[in-house]
Write a protein that binds this ligand. Structure first.
Ligand SMILES: [Mg+2]
Length: 260
């Protein structure tokens, strides 16, 4: 029996082998899942190194180590457990809430409003959610500083993930259930390529925000779970959002200040 749905849209004679294997799935995305640190603000920011210094200081203080010893310990925990916090919980049963509060007590003045990202998120159709291995309080502060908090309907932090950090697949599944997201209509954006592996396995479209950091590179060079590689998130989102990009990227009139 003939099925109209199987027919290609093009009126030209169909050459099935020339059709894309998969249409551009970005057009069907109705839920956008964003990592926070080094994704919604630049990896060149001094913010994440400041958080790492607080982690080192926490370990040095709690285990009576020099900063150098603490740094080595932190790097090992990060390597073996995916996050420093996870390693400290497994090996030393630390209080995770006290750790999160300590490491996120940092100067946020390096984070400034990002009007380009704000505009891009505003034009991007679909729900937006933050999925972070940090705390909700930290995410809320950073989103507020960036001036983009209003775009996000939910934050899944490490506490809501039951302290199982990405790329453990369990918090991904929890997020999908909690927010009622269909993974095949979701897109996940991350600077740590390895965190996109479970997203792709669940059927999501994935976007890797490319970085030079060694620990954020594709695991064993495997890029099969990466669908899009992006250098400038705001510009890329504007492109996805639609054709009015040129108009949106025009500089503001020079007499704005005078008119105000
Ligand atoms: Mg990140």
């Amino acid at each position: 029996m003939h099925n109209d749905l199987d027919r290609p849209d093009s009126p030209a004679s169909p050459d099935l082998f020339s059709l894309p294997v998969q249409p551009d799935r970005l057009a069907t995305v109705d839920a956008w899942i964003f990592d926070l640190d080094n994704t919604l603000y630049s990896a060149a920011s001094t913010l994440f190194p400041a958080i790492e210094r607080r982690m080192t200081a926490y370990i040095a203080r709690d285990f009576n180590l020099t900063l150098e010893e603490a740094r080595r310990c932190q790097k090992r925990l990060f390597r073996e457990y995916g996050t420093t916090l996870r390693g400290l919980m497994v090996e030393h049963a630390i209080d995770p809430l006290a750790f999160l509060e300590y490491v996120h007590t940092i100067d946020l003045s390096a984070i400034v409003p990002d009007s380009v990202l704000d505009r891009a998120l505003g034009r991007l159709p679909g729900r937006k959610i933050v999925f972070t291995n940090g705390s909700q309080a930290h995410a809320e502060r950073v989103l507020a500083r960036l001036g983009i908090a209003d775009h996000f309907e939910a934050i899944q932090d490490i506490i809501a993930s039951d302290f199982l950090p990405k790329p453990d697949p369990r918090p991904y599944v929890r997020l999908l259930h909690r927010c009622g997201i269909d993974p095949v209509r979701a897109c996940m954006v991350e600077d740590m390529a390895g965190n996109l592996v479970p997203a792709a396995a669940l059927g999501m479209v994935t976007v890797w925000l490319r970085t030079d950091a060694a620990w954020a590179q594709p695991v064993n060079g495997d890029t099969t779970h990466i669908h899009h590689v992006v250098d400038d998130l705001a510009r890329w989102l504007e492109g996805v959002a639609g054709p009015a990009v040129a108009e949106l990227t025009m500089p503001a009139p020079l007499d704005d200040a005078a008119a105000g």
